[in-house]
Design a protein around this ligand. Structure first.
Ligand SMILES: NC(=O)c1ccc[n+]([C@@H]2O[C@H](COP(=O)([O-])OP(=O)(O)OC[C@H]3O[C@@H](n4cnc5c(N)ncnc54)[C@H](O)[C@@H]3O)[C@@H](O)[C@H]2O)c1
Length: 405
């Protein structure tokens, strides 16, 4: 596939679409980011990243208006040789995958594409959706090739990972497979070829596996804390020069826009027999409740609590599905006052880090941002650090029960 080719990314101003567009444009492709969010389109065309992504700011400034442009105008689809769609694939408020949204969106995209073009589904999809889209394209009578190539980046490291990680490529026909392979070999060192149903499960297994791993650590954390013991001392001990336990994750507020909803997609796919997935949800989503329950003996109703870091993970400005936000809601029902602070999240209700630390009786680490590493917290403050981020403070279990021996 030559670098003269035109690529349109539908949902191109989002967390997946924009880094992908940057990497393809940097590789010499002519890239259009098609989106429905006018604010993001405007900011990107002005050379401003709408969210944090390592290394993206200078790249955007260099490429925008040259090989990269953002637009609200879907007429760009007409000339595209490749269209990659990365619109969100959420679950609804009853936790069911919203499969129809993606198909409805494609009803507007496919008829505008030219014959011979390649359509790549990049969103994480419910199993069977690629097949459904393939049939949808045929029903529309279009000569458009369909491939499913799931995104596997972690937010914040997208530019590095897109260039370094093998890409999973799947299609229903050899021509589509060849086109998708050629496309991703322009940016990635290697492609892994699967059938579309295999690729769909590969992506859901990846996210569910991570979510389950975090749930195991969170369950062990809760167990150790409830027993009056320091989870991190035990974790250090079992990992020390014992490689079989190297995958034993930190405890922490496992959240964000993907891991839970993709575990739930797999649960829906298994006719709700994915017991491990549901158990993981109860454990991970229950961690903020555990923290609050175990602070109640401290006369919480008279205490000011500060949450440091509202993003769903470290060094990120993304608060989507953040458990720090859930923690806030729980604390608002119990504590005298709750202060939130985050250096990356512009929310007028948040206070400065200094004010949060000064005024709080209890400090809870919501997201372990690097800039909190050397934070000087006065000795008299009660600190809750489920992440094990501040080794000096993590030794004190928040549960004040006698240790049973
Ligand atoms: N965020 C991640 O780290 C990550 C990693 C791997 C896979 N994914 C998957 O990628 C998909 C997208 O996730 P995201 O985090 O980039 O979401 P996002 O919300 O950041 O981006 C989606 C973008 O699509 C736009 N959009 C919505 N409807 C549209 C339409 N009809 N036409 C054009 N644009 C439209 C939105 O305005 C937004 O800019 C999801 O399926 C997600 O599961 C996300």
């Amino acid at each position: 596939m030559s670098s003269e080719q035109r690529l349109v990314i539908v949902g191109g101003c989002g967390h997946v679409g924009l880094p992908l567009g940057l990497v393809f444009a940097d590789g010499g492709m002519n890239v259009t980011l098609l989106d429905i969010d006018a604010q993001k389109v405007k900011r990107i065309n002005a050379g401003e990243m709408p969210f944090m992504e390592k290394g993206a700011d200078p790249l955007l400034c260099r490429l925008i208006g040259r090989s990269l442009v953002a637009t609200l105008d879907d007429s760009c689809l007409r000339d595209a040789d490749v269209v990659i769609t990365v619109v969100g694939t959420p679950v609804d408020r009853h936790l069911n995958p919203m499969v129809n949204e993606l198909c409805k969106n494609l009803d507007g995209v496919v008829p505008r594409m030219k014959d011979g073009a390649l359509l790549v589904l990049r969103s994480t999809v419910y199993p069977g959706v690629s097949q459904r889209v393939y049939e949808q394209v045929k029903e529309l009578g279009r000569e458009v090739h369909v491939a499913f190539c799931p995104e596997r980046i972690t937010e914040g490291n997208a530019l590095d990972e897109l260039r370094r990680l093998p890409q999973i490529v799947a299609a229903f026909e050899p021509v589509a497979q060849q086109k998708a392979r050629d496309l991703f070999l322009q940016i990635a060192p290697e492609v892994i070829e699967l059938s579309p149903p295999e690729a769909e499960l590969a992506k859901l297994f990846t996210n569910s596996w991570r979510y389950l791993s975090f749930a195991i650590s969170n369950q062990f954390y809760i167990l150790a804390q409830s027993y009056g013991l320091d989870f991190y001392r035990i974790r250090e001990a079992v990992r020390h020069r014992y490689t079989r336990m190297s995958g034993f994750a930190n405890a922490g507020f496992a959240a964000g826009p993907c891991l839970l909803k993709d575990t739930l997609q797999l649960a829906a796919f298994s006719s709700n027999n994915f017991f491990l997935g549901h158990a993981a949800m109860l454990i991970n989503e229950g961690l903020p409740n555990f923290v609050v329950e175990n602070l109640k003996h401290l006369d919480l109703a008279r205490k000011t609590v500060a949450i440091l870091g509202m993003a769903f993970k470290a060094d990120s400005d993304d608060t989507r599905e953040s458990l720090a936000c859930k923690l806030l809601k729980l604390l608002q029902l119990q504590a005298h006052e709750v202060l939130c602070t985050d250096p990356y999240v512009p929310d007028p209700s948040y206070v400065s880090l200094m004010e949060a630390v000064e005024r709080a009786d209890i400090i809870i680490l919501g997201a372990p941002h690097s800039q909190y590493r050397e934070l000087d917290i006065p000795e008299e403050k009660i600190v809750v650090d489920v992440w094990g981020f501040w080794p000096a403070r993590q030794g004190a279990p928040i549960v004040k029960k006698p240790v049973r021996v």
